[in-house]
Design a protein around this ligand. Structure first.
Ligand code: PLP
Length: 368
C-alpha cells in the first residue's frame, strides 16, 4: 500500500500533510526568505513558553541529543559540577555526555518506575555544596514517567543552583511557562510534540546567563553562545542549516498555534485513554502505576505467553500500518506505544486492533 505507516514512537512521529508539503522547496542558506523563516520560528518558540523578554532561543542542527550536549557544554562551566537525577535511559544519556566532555558529574540513580522525588533532590543538594547545576529530564521517554518540574526549579532557585531541563518529549504537549519556571536552559527538538520532522533541536536560555556561556564549550559545533551570536549578527545559521526541517517546523508550529497547547494535550490525553481502554481489554498491564502515566508514551509489560516475542508483534502491526517501539528497560520485558503526533482516536483504536490481530495470529493467548 502506498501509504505511510502511523508512527507510535517518540519521534520521528506522524506529521500532517501540510507539514510534509512545506519541505518541497530548496532554500538557500543566504536567502532572505529563509532567514525570515528562521526568525519567525525562533520568535514563536520563545512565545510558546512566554520567554520573549527574558530568554533567547538557540536552534541547533542535529537530533535532540546534540542540543542537550550543547546545553551542558555551554551552561556548565568547566569547573562546574552537574547532578543528574537518573530514573531512565534519557537521564543516563545526559549523565554520560556530561562525563564524556569532562564535566564533573554525579549521577543519582532513582527508581525507574516512579517520578523523581523532589525531597530526594533537596537532600542531594544539601549534602553536596559543590554541585553547581542540576540536569533534569521532564518526561523520561524511556518509561513515559513525568518528573515534577516546578518543585525542582524552585529548589534550584532557592539554593542558587543552575538548572538544565531536557523537555524534549514534553515541549508542546505539557504546559511550560518560563515566567513561573526558572531554568538556565530548556532543551527540546523539532520532531517531537511540535509535530515537525526530526533534524534540529533548540535550547531556550535565560538571557541573564548568556554572557557567561561564551568560551565554555569544548566543542565548536555544539557551542550555543557562538551559534546565538552568529545568528543575532547575521540572521543566519552558523553552519549549513537543515533548511527543509526548519521549513517543516515553521509549518508545524503554525498548526500548533492553531490547535493550541491545551487542545493538543487534550488530544494526546484522549489518545492515551483510547489506548489504555483497548489494551486493558486485551489484558495488558502498564509498567507504571496508572496515576503516573503520561499522554506521551506508555510502557506495557510484554505478554507472559511463551509464543510472544517483540519482533513478531512489531512485524505484524507494521504490516497492518502501525509502528511500535521496543522497551528500554533491562530488568523487565516491555514495549512502548506513543500517544503523540498528528494522530487521534481512530488511529489509536486501529492500532489496538492491529495488536490484537497480530497476537491472535501468533497464537498468543496469555497476555498478563
Ligand atoms: C527524544 C529524546 C531525546 C533526544 O533523542 P534523539 O534521539 O537525539 O533525538 C532526549 N531526551 C528525551 C527525553 C527524548 O525523549
Amino acid at each position: 500500500m502506498d501509504r505511510d505507516n502511523v508512527l507510535l514512537t517518540p519521534g520521528p512521529l506522524t506529521t500532517t500533510l501540510r507539514t510534509k508539503l512545506a519541505m518541497l522547496r530548496d532554500w538557500g542558506s543566504w536567502d532572505a526568505g529563509f532567514n525570515e523563516l528562521t526568525a519567525r520560528v525562533r520568535g514563536r518558540l520563545l512565545d510558546i513558553v512566554h520567554g520573549g523578554d527574558t530568554h533567547v532561543v538557540v536552534p541547533l542542527q542535529g537530533s535532540g541529543t546534540f542540543s542537550v550536549e550543547a546545553a551542558v557544554a555551554s551552561v556548565v562551566p568547566r569547573d562546574g559540577h552537574l547532578l543528574v537525577l537518573d530514573n531512565g535511559a534519557y537521564c543516563r544519556r545526559m549523565g554520560r555526555l556530561a562525563t564524556l566532555m569532562g564535566r564533573r558529574t554525579t549521577v543519582s540513580v532513582q527508581p525507574e518506575n516512579a517520578p523523581v522525588d523532589p525531597e530526594v533532590v533537596a537532600g542531594l543538594l544539601e549534602a553536596d555544596p559543590t554541585i553547581t547545576h542540576v540536569g533534569y529530564v521532564h518526561c523520561e521517554t524511556g518509561t513515559g514517567v513525568v518528573n515534577p518540574l516546578q518543585e525542582v526549579s524552585d529548589l534550584c532557585r532557592r539554593t542558587g543552583r543552575g538548572l538544565i531541563i531536557d523537555a524534549m518529549s514534553s515541549f508542546g504537549a505539557l504546559p511550560l511557562d518560563a515566567r513561573a519556571l526558572r531554568f538556565d536552559a530548556l532543551v527540546a527538538a523539532s520532531g517531537k510534540c511540535l509535530e515537525g520532522v526530526p533534524g534540529m533541536g533548540f535550547v531556550l536560555l535565560r538571557s541573564e546567563i548568556l554572557a557567561a556561556c561564551e568560551g565554555r564549550s569544548h566543542s565548536l559545533s555544539l557551542d550555543l553562545y557562538d551559534q546565538w551570536a552568529y545568528m543575532e549578527r547575521t540572521g543566519q545559521w552558523r553552519f549549513t542549516p537543515p533548511t527543509h526541517v526548519v521549513a517543516a517546523l515553521d509549518e508545524a508550529v503554525a498548526q500548533f498555534l492553531e490547535e493550541g497547547q491545551r487542545e493538543r494535550l487534550a488530544r494526546y490525553t484522549d489518545n492515551l485513554r483510547t489506548l489504555l481502554d483497548g489494551m486493558g481489554a486485551l489484558g495488558f498491564r502498564t509498567f507504571l502505576d496508572p496515576a503516573d502515566l503520561s499522554p506521551i508514551i506508555v510502557t506495557f509489560h510484554a505478554p507472559s505467553d511463551p509464543r510472544y516475542d517483540f519482533r513478531t508483534l512489531y512485524e505484524g502491526t507494521r504490516r497492518r500500518g502501525f509502528i511500535l517501539y521496543p522497551g528500554k528497560l533491562t530488568e523487565v520485558e516491555t514495549f512502548r506505544v506513543g500517544c503523540i503526533g498528528a494522530i487521534g482516536r481512530t488511529e489509536m483504536e486501529q492500532a489496538v486492533d492491529a495488536i490484537a490481530r497480530t497476537l491472535a495470529e501468533a497464537g498468543v493467548t496469555r497476555v498478563s
